[in-house]
Structure formats: structure tokens, C-alpha cells
Write a protein that binds this ligand. Structure first.
Ligand code: FAD
Ligand code: NAP
Length: 322
């Protein structure tokens, strides 16, 4: 049997939200323990240049996350290389089981497990990821100035990404499998009124095609779902925007969620439906999903947890005095 470790504050996740929570909680003398999960450093370790992290005109995503980890360690946050496989929020202290065999008990928990863009699952999509295929227009749109781009999807994300990309691209083709968008009407109006956007209804993306050396996108093969006819569209960038999935496996039956599984928090706070459990970053954010907003929520979660633990300490002190 593995060991049991108790901590006042357990932070689950090592993206910008988790590490920022670690920095604030350690500096508040909460002696937090952070579990990194399967992707130490989170989503930014899967990208190259990050050009919108304040203070760095350009920084490599993996470098930024190494620095955040070092910062959290330097101020006293304990960091464990482990994956939480089960989280019991039924009573305090909360209990988290690690894949390593360690059981963690905690008076408060910050959940910072992030979200994942959904992908189509095509081999060619995988091949050109980071070389013309992206799931983040805010991150990568700038690289396609004056180029033709395609966007796949019909929800709010796809329409917002398509509109944002018109700031850079000479033309944006939105490819959707039906002839009706899921996106809000106001966004649809903006899309249909934008002269740079063309919509291709009843089509799916079959294959991304491009050059080998250097690796780069030259176009996409698309299929008409009504006739099966395949055609090609020339483009330099392909943005997949078919939805995001919050990494909510640990809590989806234990905490209130909304907007397709994002953990619900009280507006203006990081408090979830269970007192003592706080959520920060992409796991609770169906709108912004940025490194800086995640870091901001990590800070909020640590401050909310500090207040909760202080009040808990006062209550326990009062109980002990009775
Ligand atoms: P994440 O970064 O998703 O981290 C989640 C963490 O939770 C990971 O460490 C994971 O290991 C951990 N975890 C998950 N499950 C468990 C578990 N069971 N047990 C323990 N740990 C667990 N944003 C920008 O602002 N600028 C950019 O340029 C930019 N570029 C991007 C490029 C790409 C390719 C992608 C995919 C995203 C990009 N983003 C960018 C978005 C940004 O990365 C996210 O908004 C941000 O990383 C979210 O931070 P987070 O801390 O909420 O979660
Ligand atoms: P979404 O609403 O689930 O839309 C996904 C879109 O991708 C749908 O149009 C879907 O087609 C299409 N799609 C899914 N799988 C596909 C596949 N395999 N091949 C081709 N197309 C596929 O996802 P989202 O747009 O990311 O939005 C997620 C949530 O966040 C929603 O609640 C949304 O309102 C919210 N959101 C809000 C804002 C905002 O408020 N500004 C912005 C972004 C997101 P079908 O329509 O045919 O199913």
C-alpha cells in the first residue's frame, strides 16, 4: 500500500492556472502540494511561440512553463509528478488517489485540469499540427497574414475564430457539415456580412495536403456529404474548431457543470458547488481559454482557498474551545 499525505491545499494540474495558484498559495504560507498530471506544464508545452504573454514579446510555450514551475518551487510549493485517478469530495478532508499509489488528503482543493480542443482524428491533421494545422486562432492567426485559411466547424468557436482570422487572412472559408450554424445569430450575422468569408455547406474535411520538406500546408480535400464528391481548396492554414472538451473526468458527477461540462463557479469567484473546492483556468472557462486568464483564475483560486481555510481554522478553533 502507498503512503497517505495530508496537505491543507491540494492543487491538481500544472498549467498556468495550477502553477499560479501554487505561487500565491505558497506565499500565503498554505504549504500547498501540486500534482502535475500527465502533461507537466499543460497545453502550452504543445506549442512553440507564445506572443501574448504580457512581459514577453515572444516566448516559447515550454520555456514559459519551465519558468512557472521553477517559480512555484522557489516560493515553497511542493510539486509531485503524479496523476490523480479518483477524487472523493463527499467529506472533508477531501481524498485524492494518485496513480503512484499515494493517497492525498486535503482541507481544500484547487482544480486546474484544463481543457482540450477536439480534433477530427485524421492522420494528415496530426502530421501538420503546428505546421499549418491549429486549433487556436488567437495563438496562430498572426502567422497567416495575407494567406488563405479554412476553418472547420459550425459553433460559436468556429465562427469567432473565422471572424478573428479575417484580421490577417486574405480569405477565410468556413467548412461545415450541415447548412445551418450552431453559433449565436449575432455572430452568424457578422460572419455572413464579412466580405472575406465564404461558407462551404454540407462538407467535411477528408485530408490536409502539403509539402514534406519543409513541412507545410498547401490545401485541403473536402467531401460533399450529400454526393460524396471530393474537391480541393488551396490554403496555407487549417483551423479545427469543432469544440473543446473540459478535462472534468475527476469531478463531472461530483460538481455542478454547465456549457457542456465546464465546472460551474459562483460568478466573480472560483468557488464551485462544493465548499472548499475551487476551479481555475480552462476547466471552468468556456469563453476565453487563454494562458493569462488561466493564470488570473489561479491567483483568484489561491486567494479564495486562503480565505476558506482561514474561516475553517477559526471555526475549528471555536469548536476546540467549546
Ligand atoms: P492546461 O494548460 O490545460 O493544464 C492542465 C493541467 O492539468 C496539465 O498539467 C495536466 O497534466 C493536468 N491534469 C489534467 N488531469 C489531471 C489529473 N487527473 N491529475 C493531475 N493533473 C491533471 N493561450 C495563450 O494565451 N496564448 C497562446 O499563444 C496559446 N497557444 C496555444 C497553443 C496551443 C497548441 C494550445 C493547445 C493552446 C494554446 N493556448 C494559448 C491556450 C492555453 O494553453 C490554455 O488556455 C492554458 O494552458 C490553460 O491553462 P490551464 O492551467 O487551465 O490548463
Ligand atoms: P460546439 O458548440 O459544440 O460546436 C461544435 C461544432 O463543430 C458544431 O457545429 C459541430 O457540428 C461541429 N463538429 C463537431 N464535431 C465535428 C466533426 N467531427 N466534424 C465536423 N464538424 C464537427 O463547440 P464550440 O463552438 O467550441 O462551443 C462550445 C461551447 O462554448 C458552447 O456552449 C458555446 O456556446 C460556448 N462558446 C461560447 C462563446 C461565446 O459565448 N462567445 C464562444 C465560444 C464557445 P454540428 O453543428 O453539425 O453538430
Amino acid at each position: 500500500m502507498g503512503e497517505t499525505r495530508h496537505t491543507r491545499l491540494l492543487i491538481i494540474g500544472s498549467g498556468p492556472a495550477g502553477y499560479t495558484a501554487g505561487v500565491y498559495a505558497a506565499r500565503a504560507m498554505l504549504e500547498p502540494l501540486l500534482v502535475q498530471g500527465i502533461e507537466p506544464g499543460g497545453q502550452l508545452t504543445t506549442t512553440t511561440e507564445v506572443e501574448n504573454w504580457p512581459g514577453d514579446t515572444e516566448v516559447q510555450g515550454p520555456d514559459l512553463m519551465v519558468r512557472m514551475e521553477a517559480h512555484a518551487r522557489a516560493v515553497g510549493c511542493a510539486i509531485e509528478s503524479d496523476i490523480i485517478t479518483d477524487l472523493d469530495l463527499g467529506e472533508r478532508p477531501f481524498t485524492a488517489r494518485g496513480d503512484s499509489g499515494t493517497t492525498y488528503t486535503a482541507d481544500a482543493v484547487i482544480l486546474a485540469t484544463g481543457a482540450r480542443a477536439k480534433w477530427l482524428g485524421l492522420p494528415s491533421e496530426e502530421k501538420f499540427k503546428g505546421f499549418g494545422v491549429s486549433a487556436c486562432a488567437t495563438c496562430d492567426g498572426f502567422f497567416y497574414r495575407g494567406q488563405e485559411i479554412v476553418v472547420v466547424g459550425g459553433g460559436n468557436t468556429a465562427v469567432e475564430e473565422a471572424l478573428f482570422l479575417t484580421n490577417f487572412a486574405s480569405k477565410v472559408t468556413l467548412i461545415h457539415r450541415r447548412d445551418e450554424l450552431r453559433a449565436e445569430k449575432v455572430l452568424q450575422d457578422r460572419l455572413f456580412n464579412n466580405p472575406k468569408v465564404e461558407t462551404l455547406w454540407f462538407h467535411t474535411l477528408d485530408e490536409v495536403v502539403g509539402t514534406e520538406d519543409p513541412l507545410g500546408v498547401e490545401g485541403v480535400r473536402v467531401r460533399d456529404v450529400r454526393t460524396g464528391a471530393v474537391s480541393e481548396i488551396a490554403c496555407k492554414g487549417v483551423f479545427i474548431a469543432i469544440g473543446h472538451a473540459p478535462a472534468n473526468e475527476l469531478v463531472k458527477d461530483r460538481l455542478e457543470t454547465h456549457h457542456g461540462g465546464y465546472v460551474k463557479v459562483e460568478p466573480g469567484t472560483t468557488r464551485t458547488s462544493v465548499p472548499g473546492v475551487f476551479a481555475a483556468g480552462d476547466i471552468t472557462d468556456h469563453v476565453y481559454r487563454q494562458a493569462v486568464t488561466s493564470a488570473g483564475m489561479g491567483c483568484m483560486a489561491a486567494l479564495d482557498a486562503e480565505k476558506f481555510l482561514a474561516e475553517l481554522g477559526v471555526a475549528e478553533g471555536a469548536e476546540a474551545a467549546e
